[in-house]
Design a protein around this ligand. Structure first.
Ligand code: ATP
Ligand code: MG
Length: 432
């Protein structure tokens, strides 16, 4: 009996077995609907000749006999559209491996994608802090990184995109400095083209910065207001005047572009949600990040989670456009036997990257131009930038007060490799 994961491999097999028929029908979209059922979408010019009609019938029957419940019956299987381009718009899609001209359009119940990677933003460096599991010290590390970069004279903008569990801004701002609005307010007002009252009042300058500046863009304003009601609307696509959709992630991108133009930060640090959810997806894939930091504890759950994500990127063919932007961060390296822990973390990370992300190097050959790294290469994406677990940060009541008392040596001891790595990234040229 087939289940969801059998569907695409079967479609691939059937289409490969019927290559001749496939060539006759031309470009094909495999539409996988919300229930996981398959249909073929073809250009309406495809139905023109008897030859193509018979090829379509053969394909539909072959798919139906192999997929059963997971596709439409042969007589309803094929849909015709004037523009295949339009079908691809506003829905996640990817090429089916080894089958040029065959694209899968995946209709998801959420606005999640993870499979179309936006090019790196040209407006300034954006760095996303992501973790597959929560509570690993991601937001604290981001605040420490902002503090350190500002110490070196940089203008840093920090965005709290962990909208469902906000908190980053309180580490950088005392209550009285909080702005009136936050990202949630902007996204809701954007639905009504009413962002101007919000835009100038959603950024605060942290009092922790000395030489540089830290601009903080919180999830919500000083008074969160009807936060739950607003949160329920931020993920909405906006219907544009011409009837097309502006996905929420592209709305968010617009906000980032405007913030960058207005405040001209040297670097933008983005705290995104933990786990494989839609906000995280947008932060990783859609915001044109220059670098994506993957926070990890050395646990089976962590590696399993990252494997699911990496395999999805491989399956959907985007791994090549994202892999050079990835960087593993080893979170909360324990005080006791830290070196052993770090070695094990480095090894597990390397195993994962080698199996899922790096190019294979055939025996006897050298790396050459291939994207592959030695396990101990410190410049490699898998080589963890480490953050030490430190009692001074464990269960602190106010991270803001903690940062008011901190000195550069202490930050360096705990967060040194992260800060150094970020400095290098934010100063480096954009990859070609
Ligand atoms: N380097 C560290 N050493 C010890 N404790 C830390 C360290 N960094 C953060 N903590 C503590 O760990 C807890 C979680 O930290 P934080 O909120 O930064 O994690 P997070 O990954 O952002 O969590 P979430 O997924 O909930 O947003 C907090 O109590 C924080 O004070
Ligand atoms: Mg956090």
């Amino acid at each position: 009996m087939n289940t969801f994961d059998h569907v695409l491999p079967i479609v691939k097999d059937v289409l490969k077995e019927h290559r001749l028929q496939l060539e006759k029908v031309g470009e094909v979209i495999i539409n996988r609907d919300l229930n996981g059922r398959i249909r073929l979408v073809l250009s309406n010019t495809s139905a023109d000749t008897d030859q193509t009609k018979s090829a379509m019938t053969t394909l539909a029957q072959a798919l139906s006999s192999r997929l059963g419940l997971h596709c439409f019956p042969p007589e309803d299987m094929v849909l015709f559209e004037t523009s295949l381009e339009a079908v691809l718009q506003d829905a996640p899609h990817f090429q089916l491996e080894d089958l040029p001209g065959v694209t899968v359009v995946d209709r998801l119940a959420t606005d999640t994608d993870w499979s179309i990677i936006s090019p790196i933003s040209t407006l300034g460096s954006r760095i996303v802090f992501f973790s597959i599991k929560g509570g690993v010290g991601r937001s604290t590390a981001l605040a420490a990184a902002a503090w350190s970069l500002a110490q070196t004279g940089k203008k840093v903008m920090v965005l709290d995109l962990d909208l469902e569990s906000p908190g980053l801004s309180s580490s950088l701002l005392p209550d009285e400095l909080r702005p009136s609005y936050g990202i949630t307010d902007w996204l809701v007002e954007d639905l009504l083209d009413n962002t101007s009252p919000v835009f100038e009042s959603m950024v605060a300058i942290s009092n922790l910065s000395h030489d540089g500046e830290i601009f903080v863009v919180p999830a919500h304003g000083k008074n969160p207001g009807e936060y739950v009601a607003k949160l329920g609307r931020v993920w909405m696509s906006k219907v544009k005047e011409d009837g097309s959709y502006d996905r929420w992630s592209s709305r968010l991108n617009r906000l980032l572009d405007q913030l960058q133009a207005r405040w001209q930060p040297d670097v933008m640090l983005i705290d995104c949600r933990a786990g494989i959810d839609e906000v995280a997806s947008a932060c990783i894939t859609d915001l044109g990040a220059k670098s994506i930091l993957l926070f990890a504890l050395d646990s089976e759950q962590t590696w399993e989670g990252y494997r699911i994500l990496f395999q999805h990127w491989r399956r959907t063919g985007v791994v090549l456009s994202i892999r050079e932007r990835l960087q593993l961060v080893g979170a909360m390296i324990p005080e006791i036997e830290g070196a052993d822990y770090r070695d094990a973390l480095g090894e597990h990370s390397w195993n994962l990257f080698t199996e899922e992300i790096y190019d294979e190097i055939p025996a006897g050959e050298t790396t050459g131009d291939r994207f592959s790294y030695d396990q101990h290469d410190e410049s490699a994406p898998h080589f963890p930038w480490t953050i030490k677990w430190h009692r001074g940060f464990a269960a602190v009541r106010s991270v803001h007060s903690r940062f008011q008392q901190i000195d550069p040596d202490e930050v360096n001891t705990i967060f040194g490799p992260l800060v150094h790595g970020l400095q290098t990234i934010s100063e480096s040229e954009e990859p070609a």
